[in-house]
Write a protein that binds this ligand. Structure first.
Ligand code: ADE
Length: 223
């Protein structure tokens, strides 16, 4: 079983998305376990503070090193081989290739920050800094949920059809596949490409490959 751990101040954020559709089934079937660790449980002092103002001044609050590092240590104690990933807009870009690499590990730990960010010294205690994209979210939680979802659907026996994951990899790591159509044949004057109704499987496959290539080309131009 693949073990995912999430270090967060908001474990409830994950309740609903993990209780839907594919992640819900993957958890129920024992393909993955997702455990949240509440960072606040590792705060010390009367007020159990997890954040503080930045040295040198400036707006906002930073996640303090002590409780976050204590939570990371707890995660490593629970899963000694875990790969600890800090979610931050300045990290390496998350990709399908990364999702495929992560599921080869025994365990992943996703560290979510709030406020304006982390005390920089926390970086020394993680294995990787990861970003979902070039935009700033209000916290690492939505990014961590995307990473979890992308990984979970790739785990063995999670997708309904074993073909789906294989098809993913042959269209450039699942980034872009071909256009899909279902009933009706004509919708508001827009028709389904006739080749898909031809029953000629060789022709259909050739058309799909061609369309996937066109999409990849278009995607690269848009980048
Ligand atoms: N935290 C805030 N913004 C983020 C982003 N774009 N990716 C990952 N973590 C984040």
């Amino acid at each position: 079983m693949f073990h995912a751990q999430v270090l967060t101040l908001f474990p409830e954020f994950f309740d609903s998305p993990l209780n839907c559709s594919i992640p819900k089934r993957a958890i129920a079937d024992g393909a993955v376990a997702v455990d949240c660790i509440q960072i606040r449980d590792f705060a010390t002092g009367k007020h159990k503070n997890v954040d503080d103002s930045p040295y040198g001044g400036g707006p906002g609050m930073l996640m303090k090193a002590e409780p976050v590092v204590a939570a990371i240590r707890e995660a490593r104690k629970r899963q000694p081989n875990t790969h600890v990933v800090m979610l931050t807009p300045t990290g390496n870009k998350f990709t399908q290739a990364k999702a495929l690499k992560y599921i080869e590990k025994d365990s992943i730990t996703l560290l979510c920050g709030r406020y304006e960010g982390f005390d920089e010294r926390i970086v020394d205690y993680v294995d990787e800094e990861l970003s979902l994209g070039d935009y700033v979210l209000s916290g690492g939680e939505p990014a961590a949920m995307c990473v979890l979802d992308a990984m979970i659907r790739l785990l063995p026996d999670v997708l309904g059809s074993p073909e789906s994951a294989v098809l993913d990899s042959f269209t450039e790591d699942g980034m872009l596949d071909w256009p899909h159509y279902t009933r009706p044949e004509v919708f508001e004057g827009k028709v389904v490409p006739p080749v898909l109704l031809s029953g000629n499987h060789a022709k259909i496959e050739a058309w799909r490959k061609e369309q996937a290539k066109l999409r990849i080309k278009k995607h690269k131009v848009n980048k």
